[in-house]
Design a protein around this ligand. Structure first.
Ligand code: MRU
Length: 367
């Protein structure tokens, strides 16, 4: 099952995204042409999910670069940096956004001597590479994740970390989709994920369409399904993993992890190595996006559900303490505690593009 969540049409030379705010009711592609449209699309979650916003932003940078008239490399790069800064500021928590934009910027800087045409070519190639790599990484993550569950298992997931948030398969939903393709059966409990309902609108939609047995629950029913013995594993995505394994993901994820620990259920975080931020020593350093009050007051209701004078607090992400995470599954392997050395070794390998040189030790399983 593939979604054209981020799609660059080479014939038209145009960037399209699937507007995820309209799902599941409407599948509409919208074209992104200006910096304002791009920042708005990322900020309002028309395109969302850590890897997908990185992929989208890499194409955005290319599209914006084409409109920079300067042939002088320094002037070109200075305008490009301004676009890059605006894109990176659109959402603060997912590290993939800055990672992808910086990678595009570096690719252009690396061929500044060869002029504007070459810089554009490098930006385009980088975006395509990021997108293609992500599809390969998701497949690898899905294989590894699948090795952690058994046919017939119940799996609980929070938010949406499926194909809409990434490329094919996704991260947290990848093992389920891959296993289903191979004839396995899983029983998935999808938290609805207040307040933006990514679980209800996106996860249940993706899984239902793929023929998976999915059941939507309100976030507060997670404890009940775990207590009933219906959940053998929790799979969630991630927006940023700190060097010690603390992990930021959609608000409510840490509550799932605490419940899973209480009921003795393994809690797995799945994500590409581009989501690991070794520059962040622990979760306290991860910037947490705060969103508007209207998402709580009125967004899904015919009339406001809160008195206007009531104050609201709407953090979009929370940090799950590393001590609650059973394993972190990346395209390079499965990390188990202690996460510090395992993540450092894994990132070294991802950076160098090779495997097995850094003696990562017992807590790291190579692909
Ligand atoms: O606010 P969102 O919908 O972008 O939040 C998305 C999540 O929290 C996902 O779990 C995360 O980005 C991982 S997507 C593979």
């Amino acid at each position: 099952m593939e979604f054209l969540n981020v799609h660059f049409d080479p014939r038209q030379q145009a960037l399209y995204i699937l507007d995820q705010t309209l799902l599941p009711g409407q599948e509409r592609q919208i074209r992104l042409e200006t910096q304002e449209e791009m920042v708005e699309a990322i900020r309002s979650l028309r395109v969302r999910g850590a890897p997908a916003i990185g992929i989208c932003a890499a194409y955005c940078l290319y599209v914006l670069a084409r409109d920079i008239p300067d042939s002088d490399p320094e002037a070109f790069l200075s305008r490009l940096s301004a676009h890059a800064a605006a894109l990176k500021a659109a959402r603060p928590t997912a590290v993939n956004l800055g990672w992808a934009v910086d990678r595009g910027l570096r690719s252009a800087q690396a061929c500044r001597e060869r002029g504007r045409g070459e810089m554009l070519e490098a930006l385009y190639r980088t975006a395509v590479e990021i997108q293609e790599d992500d599809a390969a990484k998701c497949k690898a993550i899905s294989e590894l994740g699948l090795s952690l569950i058994r046919d017939g298992d119940g799996v609980l997931t929070h938010c949406n970390a499926g194909p809409l948030a990434t490329s094919r398969y996704g991260t947290a939903l990848g093992p389920i989709l891959l296993g289903t393709e191979r004839g396995m059966t899983f029983h998935v409990f999808a938290d609805e994920t207040r307040p933006l309902l990514q679980g209800a609108r996106l996860t249940s939609y993706e899984l239902q369409r793929a023929g998976v047995d999915v059941r939507l629950i309100c976030d507060s029913a997670a404890s009940t399904v775990m207590k009933n013995g219906w959940v053998q594993a929790c799979f969630v995505g991630c927006d940023r993993v700190a060097a010690n394994g603390d992990t930021a993901n959609k608000i409510g994820t840490s509550a799932v992890a605490i419940l899973a620990r209480y009921y003795g259920i393994p809690f797995y975080v799945l994500g590409p190595t581009s989501t690991i931020d070794l520059a962040c020593p622990d979760g306290a350093c991860i910037p947490i996006e705060e969103r508007g009050e209207e998402e709580l007051r009125s967004l899904w209701y015919e009339k406001p559900m809160v008195l206007p004078e009531v104050k609201c607090y709407n953090p979009a992400f929370d940090v799950t303490d590393h001590s609650l995470i059973t394993a972190i599954i990346t395209e390079k392997g499965i990390c188990r505690p202690p996460y510090g050395p395992a993540l450092a070794a894994l990132c070294k390998e991802a950076h160098e593009g090779k495997k097995g040189t850094s003696a990562p030790g017992e807590n790291f399983l190579h692909l």
